[in-house]
Design a protein around this ligand. Structure first.
Ligand code: HMG
Ligand code: MG
Length: 330
């Protein structure tokens, strides 16, 4: 059966706003965080302490954290790519952080300017420093098939499913949502990176289909590989909706025992260093599906819709949430 309670990790203020063409004013970000917190979301990822040259959209991270200081009801983690970011985050009052690795060498290079191995060494330094201060660290893994056409993805998936049927082994698995264009990638790279993050003390590992090319078949195979090395209670899923596969991907993840789901209000989002990535799955749609399934989330959908409405008005465009669009017509 599927879990009775699902923890939703709202990533809109971070994953959403990091990808906006226009820089969103700090007070709008702060108001958005307030509204998301008051809708009952247990976790609202607030911002990133990354290089302002790389992500100018979040250059006001310190001001955002100062403004939400003392806000109660939700945990407010922030992204930290290295010790410098970790120290700045702690100085600004962050009580929880997240590190972000990749299962693809080329994406690691383009997103954080280092190899997977180097990134894991940096993150060991961050988790070590965090442990001293009793600060929980979440680990993200970006899993992607970038620079691959949709048609090739389909052909590749067919091939992997065929290969699996032929010999029943799961060793081909994680390159499915990995990076087959890199000849050197190990088939279980996702599982390897997940285990590394788990071993260094990350309390939760979020598996990100960064550009949203996965389908329930490949997601299930990827999860199977990761669940062989990290307990399912420690795993979260993070889908982008490029091909409209997020909700089925979430459903199959729940059926496999996952009970933590990342999403973004109004479907905001995308990674500036992942070409072709579209928004995250919309939180409103996730909540609608979960409540329909009888799964508790603690989220008040009406308040969440109003938070989505607020940010869409500020950005001057319609919501990426189908639930928000449907309910606004009622
Ligand atoms: P670099 O250029 O290699 O860094 O960037 P460096 O160590 O050589 O330093 C260069 C300059 O950056 C120096 O300043 C440093 O002080 C500064 P300068 O001397 O030139 O004035 N610097 C910093 N400044 C502020 N905060 C810091 C920091 N670190 C160095 N923390 C770096 C390496 C990792 C910093 C850079 O590549 C970076 O910031 N990358 C972040 C990219 C990013 O945020 N991507 C989006 C998040 S990941 C994502 O969206 C995927 C996810 O959602 C999951 C999914 O969807 O699958 C999580
Ligand atoms: Mg993302």
């Amino acid at each position: 059966g599927i879990p009775k309670f699902v923890k939703i990790v709202e990533v809109g203020p971070r994953d959403g706003l990091q990808n906006e063409k226009n820089i969103v004013p700090t007070d709008v970000k702060v108001e958005l965080i307030h509204r998301l917190v008051s809708s009952g979301l247990p976790v609202v990822e607030a911002t990133s302490f990354v290089s302002p040259k790389w992500v100018p959209q979040l250059a006001d991270a310190r001001d955002v954290m100062e403004a939400v200081h003392g806000l109660e009801g939700s945990r407010l983690p922030v992204l930290t790519p290295n010790l410098k970011g970790f120290e700045a985050a702690v100085a600004a009052g962050a009580k929880e952080v997240a590190v972000f690795a990749s299962a693809s060498e080329s994406f690691s290079k383009s997103n954080i300017n280092c190899s997977i191995r180097e990134s894991l060494a940096r993150y060991r330094a961050v988790t070590h420093a965090a442990k001293e201060l009793s600060i929980p660290v979440r680990g993200y893994i970006s899993i992607l098939l970038h620079e691959f056409s949709a048609l090739l993805v389909i052909v590749w998936e067919e091939f992997v499913l065929f290969a699996l049927r032929m010999d029943g082994k799961t060793t081909y698995v994680s390159c499915v949502i990995g990076c087959p264009e890199e000849g050197s990638i190990h088939p279980s790279k996702v599982a390897y990176v997940a285990k590394e993050l788990h071993d260094m003390g990350c309390f939760e590992i979020s598996l990100g289909d960064t550009i949203g090319v996965g389908t329930p078949g490949t997601v299930a195979l990827m999860l199977e590989a990761v669940m062989a090395v990290v307990p399912v209670e420690k795993l979260a899923v993070h889908f982008h909706d490029t091909y409209g596969q997020s909700l089925p991907n979430i459903l199959v993840s729940l059926q496999m025992g996952i009970s933590v789901v990342d999403s973004s209000v109004a479907g905001l989002g995308g990674c500036p260093y992942a070409k072709g990535a579209s928004g995250n799955v919309a939180t409103e749609d996730v909540v609608y599906m979960l409540h329909g399934l009888g799964v508790r989330t603690n989220v008040d959908l009406v308040k969440l819709l109003s938070a989505g409405d607020f940010i869409c008005k500020q950005l001057g465009r319609p919501s990426g949430s189908k639930t928000a669009a449907a309910l606004s017509r009622v």
